[in-house]
Design a protein around this ligand. Sequence first.
Ligand SMILES: NC(=O)c1ccc[n+]([C@@H]2O[C@H](COP(=O)([O-])OP(=O)(O)OC[C@H]3O[C@@H](n4cnc5c(N)ncnc54)[C@H](OP(=O)(O)O)[C@@H]3O)[C@@H](O)[C@H]2O)c1
Length: 260
Amino acid sequence: MLKENYTLLLGASGNLGGKVAHEFITRGIPVGLVARDTSRLRAFEGSANLLEGDFHDDGFLRDSLSRATGLFCTVPDTALAAPEASAARLIKLLQDSPVSHVVNISNATLKRGGNYTSLIRFEQELSKVSGIAVKHLRCANFFENLNWGINTPYLPHVKLPYISSYEIAHVAAVYLQHRSFEGVTVDELLGERDYSMAELAERVGVPYSQLPYSQENIHFYRPFNEGEYELVPRTEQNTTVPANPRFTLDYFIRHELRLV
Ligand SMILES: NC(=O)c1ccc[n+]([C@@H]2O[C@H](COP(=O)([O-])OP(=O)(O)OC[C@H]3O[C@@H](n4cnc5c(N)ncnc54)[C@H](OP(=O)(O)O)[C@@H]3O)[C@@H](O)[C@H]2O)c1
């Protein structure tokens, strides 16, 4: 039976959303889990509302939000093609709903090639919502990105911040459980330290070999290699010391790294 007053989790069949779902279910808090195909949510059957639908479908989102009091928001890449329009649409749907608190997954990379990144543009527009508390989590690169391949077009020595998605999921779940945040606020989650690809490959125990750009990825990687990017500056406050062994790079390498 569909429970009311749940926290709606977008992207629940994905890497981060799935971990947030586990956090909620472990705490016994009602959740509505969204995927385009609920067979991808089988692990949660019986412990959550499984909601099949598409982020781009207004009717589906309106209906799912009508029973929600909180929202964990990850935006699909397709909606980031037009970040401002997607955020404006979400604001409209949220303002017709009982949702009081939103945790939105944003990005610690503020600018690339001189332009705001799409998650930051989405964040800026979503911040215009009124009467709903929004916590933006500006996240470093996820360790899980290493599963896309250790060898990338990044120059070997370019250092970027990395974090465990378990840690992000924990922070998001605590915020949505206690709902003590107000207004529109930003937290920066930069993980323990920055890593270069050469260092990450060494930790994994393989040599790093820089790949050539492709047509599809040159716009993403080249600005980093040429220093044309702006990151959230690392401070003591946004440097997160792993509070749990699962939040560490070692845990990721031992348990979750899939070398392709
Ligand atoms: N990777 C990083 O370094 C990094 C850094 C900062 C922020 N982020 C952000 O973190 C978020 C989560 O990352 P992740 O690793 O969990 O991604 P992921 O594993 O690829 O999961 C993506 C999720 O989005 C869902 N989705 C895709 N298109 C959808 C649509 N049209 N309608 C409804 N759901 C849709 C997928 O569900 P189905 O396909 O099952 O429907 C899946 O659950 C992303 O938004 C990303 O931009 C990532």
